[in-house]
Design a protein around this ligand. Structure first.
Ligand SMILES: NC(=O)c1ccc[n+]([C@@H]2O[C@H](COP(=O)([O-])OP(=O)(O)OC[C@H]3O[C@@H](n4cnc5c(N)ncnc54)[C@H](O)[C@@H]3O)[C@@H](O)[C@H]2O)c1
Length: 388
């Protein structure tokens, strides 16, 4: 069943990467995720800003040296000109390059899987959405945490009314293990250098994950926000802590705490969504536990792996039988699998063949960049309410 579309398509997708070299944090996670379901073959890449690292990454991944490029522009030209050129490209560079690279490939008929935050600015995000529409390409944004079975289950339960009408939305991302001391300027990562993503980069790096997660699960987008950000690390030039209040249409409120300096925390992403009848609570570090709490009943710990105990949407994301923990890479791989199946369904003219396939889209990217711009503006105006 899981392989029907792959079998009908008859081969793996010819896949390329821009960024994500062995000098990166996230590149290998993408490669693991793409390998897991046998739907992609890495055939080309411009995988590092450093040509030697790009070459070495390609070598390690058994990519033909002729298809390892020093510049992504050359890659887009050369691959589009080949009969066997890449069909899908993943963009895993720092975010200030995402919009340019995505547009370059989509204009040449190549579908895109793009890392978050989608772009550098809201204006770029709006333009990118137009490029996606104009080109007719498939575009996915790797807000990977939405690939977890119990996150998809939470979303489906909210939709079914399991907690009544959603009222309060809390989604926090207070991380912090290694980032409480700022290194010398020349040794700082781009996340902490304002010339890349501005002084508000925390909003893109972890804020967009939390914002998109809150929307994904609750089904609700706020209409206004008030943000307060601070720099808690001596010598740091970018904000490393943010508290944001969200206002919804009916006057309900939501809240986000984002931090790079929550000392002692590990990852930190978690949500608690409250409805009129109960609430749903989930933490990324215990991803196979979703807590359903109703006022008049003991809390229920929901777990993945059994079709009779889950919604079809949630079960679609499960790979293992109950009692066998999966985790981050399997969640990430769900985005790759669902993207590939939608790619195959389109090629085979089988719309409707992928009822539960899901990945965040360019629209989510525009929403998250609208949040980013509004939170930065609000903070600059001492927490003024800014409409979204
Ligand atoms: N989805 C997630 O959970 C998650 C986790 C971490 C990072 N990210 C996102 O992934 C992206 C990359 O983050 P990272 O932490 O891996 O960054 P990184 O700095 O560790 O790696 C960036 C990679 O891009 C390459 N690169 C830079 N400029 C390039 C260019 N012009 N051409 C080709 N390659 C180039 C670098 O050589 C490196 O391989 C960011 O958008 C980040 O926000 C997402």
């Amino acid at each position: 069943m899981a392989y029907d579309l792959l079998r009908a398509f008859g081969r793996r997708i010819r896949w390329g990467m821009v960024g994500g070299g062995i000098d990166s944090l996230i590149g290998e996670i993408h490669r693991m995720s793409a390998r897991l379901d046998n739907r992609y073959e890495l055939v080309a890449g411009a995988m590092s800003v450093d040509p030697a690292v790009a070459r070495e990454t390609a070598e390690l991944c058994l990519v033909d040296p002729e298809r390892s490029y020093e510049d992504y522009r050359d890659m887009a030209e050369a691959e589009a000109a080949r009969e066997d050129g890449v069909e899908v490209v993943t963009i895993a560079t720092p975010p200030h390059l995402h919009a340019e690279i995505a547009t370059l490939f989509m204009e040449r008929g190549i579908d895109v899987i793009c890392e978050k935050p989608m772009t550098r600015t809201l204006e770029e995000a709006v333009d990118l959405k137009q490029s996606v529409t104009r080109s007719g390409r498939i575009f996915a944004l790797t807000h990977c945490y939405t690939g977890y079975p119990m996150v998809r289950e939470a979303r489906a339960l909210v939709k079914k009314g399991a907690i009544g009408a959603v009222r309060q939305v809390e989604c926090d991302f207070p991380s912090g293990p290694f980032l409480v001391e700022e290194p010398q300027r020349d040794k700082r990562h781009w996340r902490f250098r304002p010339e890349f993503m501005g002084v508000d980069a925390i909003l893109g790096e972890i804020g967009t994950h939390a914002y998109q997660m809150a929307h994904f699960v609750s089904g609700r987008l706020p209409v206004a926000l008030s943000a307060h950000m601070s720099v808690l690390t001596p010598g740091r030039e970018t904000f490393d802590d943010a508290h944001i209040v969200l206002k919804y249409e009916d006057g309900a409120l939501g809240r986000m705490w984002l931090s790079f300096v929550a000392a002692g925390n590990e990852h930190g992403l978690a949500f608690h969504i409250y409805g009129t009848e109960g609430s749903l609570k989930w933490h990324q570090e215990r991803p196979d536990q979703l807590w359903l709490q109703h006022a008049a009943e003991p809390a229920r710990r929901l777990t993945p792996g059994h079709p009779d105990r889950m919604t079809p949407e949630g079960f679609h994301a499960c790979r293992l039988r109950e009692g066998h923990p999966d985790g981050y890479v399997l969640a990430f791989a769900n985005l790759y699998r669902d993207f590939a199946d939608i790619f195959f369904a389109r090629a085979l003219g089988r719309s409707g063949a992928t009822p539960y396939a899901h990945f965040p889209t360019v629209e989510d990217g525009v929403d998250t960049m609208r949040f980013y711009a509004a939170a930065a503006k609000s903070n600059a105006q001492a927490g003024a309410w800014i409409e979204l």
